[in-house]
Write a protein of this length. Sequence first.
Lengths: 794, 319
Amino acid sequence: MVDLYVPTFGVGPYKVIGTRKPSPTAADRVTGKAMYAADFRLPGMLFARSLHCPHAHAKVLSMDTSAAEALPGVKLVMNYFNFPKVFIEPEIYHAGEEVAAVVAVDIDTADKALLLIKVEYEKLPWVGDMIEAQKPGAPMVLKDTKSNMRITTGGFFSELNAAGLWGKRVTQEIRGFGDVEVGFKESDVIVEVKDIRHAMTKGPAAHGLGLTTDYTRSEANKLVTFYTDSKGLYADRNKFAAILGTPIGKARLISPYASGLWGGVMLGVGNRRERSGPISAWASYTLGKPVWHHFNMHEEEVRSCYKCIQANIKIGFKSDGKMVAWEGYYLDESGNQDGSAEGSCERSTPMLAYNRHARHCKLTAGRVASNRLIVGDYVGYGTLHGQFCAEVAMDYAAEALKIDPVELRKINCMQKGGFDAHWNTALAECSAEGHRECLDAVSATTNWKTKWGGWDSIKGKTGVIRHGIGVAIKTHTGGGWAGTAMLCKMFPDGSFELVTSLGDSGQNRPQGELMAAAEVLGLPYERGTIMRGSTDHPYSIMLGGSTGTWNHGFATWEAAMNVRKQVLGLGAELFTPVPTDLNLLDMDQGGVFLKSDPTNKKTYTNVFARLASRVDANGKGTFENRAGSFEVAGYAYRRAPEGLIIPREKGAAIWELDLDTETGEITNLQCSTSDNMGRAVNPPVIENQQTQGAHHGGGWALWTDKTWDPTTGRDLTYNWIYEYPATHMDVAVKMHIVEIFGDKSNPWGATAASEGQPNPHGAAISNAIYNAAGIRMKQSPFTPWKILEALGKV
Amino acid sequence: MKEFIHRNAKTVAEAVAILGEYKGQAAVIAGGTDILSVIKSDLIAGFPQALVNIKTIPGLDYIKEEGDILKIGTLTTLADIASNATVKGSYPALGQAAFRVAAATLRSMGTIGGNLCQRTRCWYYRYPDEMGGRYNCFRKGGTLCYAPSGDNRYHAVVGGQVCFAIVPADTALALSALNATIVTNKRSISIDNFYIVLGTALAPDEIVTEIQVPKPKAGTKQYFYKQAFRRTIDWALVEVGSAITIEGGVVTSSRISLGGVAPMPFLATGASDVIKGKAITEALAVTAGEAAISTMIPLSMNKYKLQISKTLVKRAILA
């Protein structure tokens, strides 16, 4: 039997880890019992609704709110002139931006009052997207700027050591290392691809149907409670507290069923002009009542996340396919704010994904402002966008080199021990690899070699319907190091409980933690429960990507181990002689037993009764037969192990499709996708992520286009009708779990597999279209009209 | 959601009376999959003041063949039509069209009457009032259609004139091909006249009660194909429904109808003229496809619809 005092980092054998367990929240979610932030109704609750600007760029000159204020049931009308902290400034930067809010006794009254508000606008020149914004004479989006484009800074590395790591980092506008001019001179084949574009739209918005603030406590106890859907309650708590200047300790967040949502992201990293939180908070503060700022379907959709990238990429290779140099120029659309552009470019280049051979890399990254709402990068700082550009360019390169595109990636993909520039520190070492295994998995399943057929096979394809196949890899960041806490409890009936504020994201979402605790305690998974969803519970880091895998992994392991030690210690006292080494004991659902005699079990009722048979401070022995009222608890606060370089997400995808050359229609979509996530704690979680990643990544690449009206700048994709994630009936997804054990970033050897799931699919589809019909689709979405244009049919 | 009066009708006459009472400011609700969306978006100022629920009228949910006429009650769900053996056997184009409407849940709620009478999905017409104010387009009584100067990728390429919104009813294509008749409380209307540029020809106090489809002659081949982004739910980019009768090796009659290209089902009479009296060949079908689009004039962003239209017409003929 494996000694569970020592993590085996995935090697096992395990009883629970690696088995297939259902989510503890699934039943509530699918039956409607789950209470999301918008489902809470509090005594005396008021309702806030927003007035949206019809213009893409304008200044609010004046506002007459008298009629709205006079409407029975209206409690408060908010705008820039009476709540400048909420509305920041009178200037409006995108159509649909909030210019006022009405707080009333119900939603209908608030909506009626909105219609009574009269706003005087000064219309200002506007520009609709990043392409238009770069043209000479384009209106300036941001104040006091002479260009809508700004190059952002990053790290340039030098002083390469013998191990292939760069030793010195300087912050400047050019990112990378080496000298690409030298690199291109050394190259036998140079490939250059210009004007690659990829956009994604992710709905719904960060706050599902809005959020509620409850600032109704007495003066003596100024607690403020926020009901918001968030996977990072503690990260958001600080931002929410800052809205009102509330001490952090007096701010509570409630979010019982959050999953991939980022409740406070708009308040900080997303968009400085986010107003839902401030409207709700200041209205509640002013009126002394709980206030729900309500979004409806259209408001959610217009506020949904959007981001576009435009890139030029030049890559140099030796004739054997080894990459020598990479030069890239990347622009990210930042909408109405002065955003950064770092993640979109770096992770898909020799700075991480292709770190094996290339020693020359020069990346220039900038942002372009436009009069659109860009909520945030989403999907890991824009790695989806950068990956699309890189993986499309790699297919061009494979063709120029006359190399199998799978093989080209295997020659150059991320190498353990290679440089990992994204940690922004010198000498940062890439801790893991796995692309090759993932490529092998999807290649075998799809019979890649035969179906792909070589570069010359494309010319031989005839007929109206043509089958194509394409490949791409993914590489993704995996979150940060900040610590996290877990409280584990066990009870006399052999059940256990975890208490945390863990969100529902990444490998170790709640069922993963329950499985980990069950493994340590030797108890059935089904005997466990998890309490979470509030800052009343122990601290948890925001779960970006698979951050929780390594942070929660060790916290849960240690908390459960604390319980295990205590229970074994209590149980030991029931044996004669009392074992001096707890490693001689084990526990399962039947009780505590000697490993040498598993048949002689001491039930937990008897074990926990020992808690009541103690000698008190006066030396008097006592025993109370009320074991049922006891619990054994263990608490742990852990960070990922010191010095650990957190592994990246690694995977590959191959897409197959049929392309109708007369209609541009793409059908028979099939996706084979793979991930190396170390040990899959709960395989269905990985499979679910893979499926969703294929559906979303495929839908963005094929169909979804955030569209604005060229005459008004308004978002025309204001409805879910215009979101096109693929469904199970649209795409057949074959999932592959590629396990490589031994990673020490998690007690079970689990590594990252989460946020980057959609990343490879757009490029793989683009490459499959080329394989089918010989047309390069380097600007998504690949709609029928774009395909027909490329085919010369339109 | 705005306030409205909800009235349950027990008979068609009562429903019509309520509609008349509100003088065009009331709407019919059956499955509700479209009208509730209209209300939530506050699409038309003040409309509707009342909803007339016709689900409470008994006897409007049926599929039956009487003589050579298929009769479908207006409350029959799209799911029932798609799975009906008679429909699938003798009117397969209609069955396939019903199956391609939206997704399974919506087909279980949505009715054939509602599918035919739903409002267009033009994104200017449907723009929600709360997001900065509705577009007061021509269809809503304004003076301008916003599509020609705006983003018109999904709009009409023929028959637009003053409004370039397209008819969204998949079943209308099949019914057009099958030369159906729409029966209301007042009259019987040929499917060819049921749609006008700005919607349906129904009067404010007129309700569709039944759809009648003549049984196709022996030797008639039917075809339906809907090209949409996804095959699971989306509205058509372009779709085709056809019924082509071949006797003695030559086409004796045909009705080929295109959707997604006009405010109403676009009957490709040019294509029918090309194939009439002739044996079908690939070349003939290509020529017919070209004829089908000969009167189409694309807007700035929807030229692709012509290519798809002529292809689908060709395939319908060759099917």
